[in-house]
Ligand binder design. Structure first.
Ligand code: MLT
Ligand code: MN
Ligand code: ZN
Length: 289
């Protein structure tokens, strides 16, 4: 299975337009030290040659340009891990899609995008959306020849959503039995997720923050990683500790926030990652699974 990381950064991108943290400054002035990255999104090639897009980022149109072949990249479907703006704004940019766009999501995410942020009704004035349900833990569904399954990774909905959230709020996407786990937002790792992580050939994992309070030190009024529904990477209760204990075959961080020091190639945190054998995604990274 051909997998391409279209974008590796968390909300805001890297650099983020209004940020002058050391990482963002480096990304602007010394890109060789800190490669800029667009919002997190992953494309998986289906047997038909069409692409399954995991999340539709605000950068989606430019990201799809990188898949241009003899013609535009054809989409089989968009699968959503959650309803956050950095994973759904791109649906609006896909409004030129000539036929109804298939969007695969949990009933919770579908509700948020129909009620709280009604992309669904906006897009109905173009070709519209065909929704397909993805139920965490219910086993795989076939999308254009790819077997796709969702596993719950968190219960926090987006901050703008009034809809009450639950275990459908945030999921990891598992593609193909034991091939890829794409988990850009992980609040907790339960036993079902553990099993999928252990079995996977490659895991694209939530790399939002190195430490829990990282955003607070850069922005007044910032929230902790935990408050945003992301496990921090470092520390005894951090995700790297768990991933190491599970002996996951290949871990590549994605959805990395601009404040995360691992984005600086020469940081001690990056060296620590390297010594653990953990990779960090950059835009355009290709995985053959
Ligand atoms: C998240 O990943 O937690 C969200 O994208 C944060 C946000 O932009 O509100
Ligand atoms: Mn995000
Ligand atoms: Zn920054």
């Amino acid at each position: 299975v051909r997998v391409r990381v279209l974008g590796a950064a968390a909300g805001g991108g890297f650099p983020q337009w209004n940020c002058v943290c050391s990482g963002c400054r480096a990304a602007r002035s010394e890109p060789a030290r800190a490669k800029p990255r667009t919002h997190s999104s992953v494309a998986v090639r289906a047997p038909s040659g069409r692409w399954l897009l995991i999340n539709a980022s605000p950068d989606v149109a430019d990201q799809l340009e990188t898949l241009y072949d003899d013609g535009p990249a054809e989409l089989a479907a968009v699968v959503l891990t959650d309803a956050e703006l950095d994973h759904t704004l791109g649906l609006l940019r896909l409004r030129e899609h000539e036929t109804p766009l298939t969007v695969v999501a949990t009933p919770y995410v579908r509700r948020v995008l129909s009620v709280d942020f009604p992309i669904d009704s906006v897009l109905s004035h173009w070709a519209g959306v065909i929704w397909r349900d993805l139920l965490p833990g219910a086993g795989p569904i076939d999308i254009d020849g790819l077997m796709v399954e969702a596993l719950s990774t968190g219960v926090k909905g987006p901050r703008f959503a009034a809809s009450r959230s639950d275990e459908q709020a945030v999921v990891a996407i598992v593609v193909g039995p034991a091939a890829l786990v794409c988990a850009p937002a992980v609040e907790r790792i339960d036993s079902a997720l553990e099993s999928a992580l252990c079995a996977a050939g490659c895991v694209l994992f939530d790399g939002t923050c190195w430490t829990d309070d990282e955003l607070l030190s850069v922005r007044a009024g910032g929230r902790t990683a935990t408050q945003m529904g992301h496990l921090p990477l470092s520390g005894p209760s951090g995700s790297l500790h768990t991933l190491r204990a599970l002996d996951v075959r290949r871990v590549v961080l994605i959805h990395v926030n601009n404040t995360n020091p691992v984005l600086l190639d020469d940081s001690p945190e990056r060296a620590a990652l390297q010594s653990m054998g953990v990779e960090i995604a950059q835009d355009g990274l290709e995985l053959a699974l």
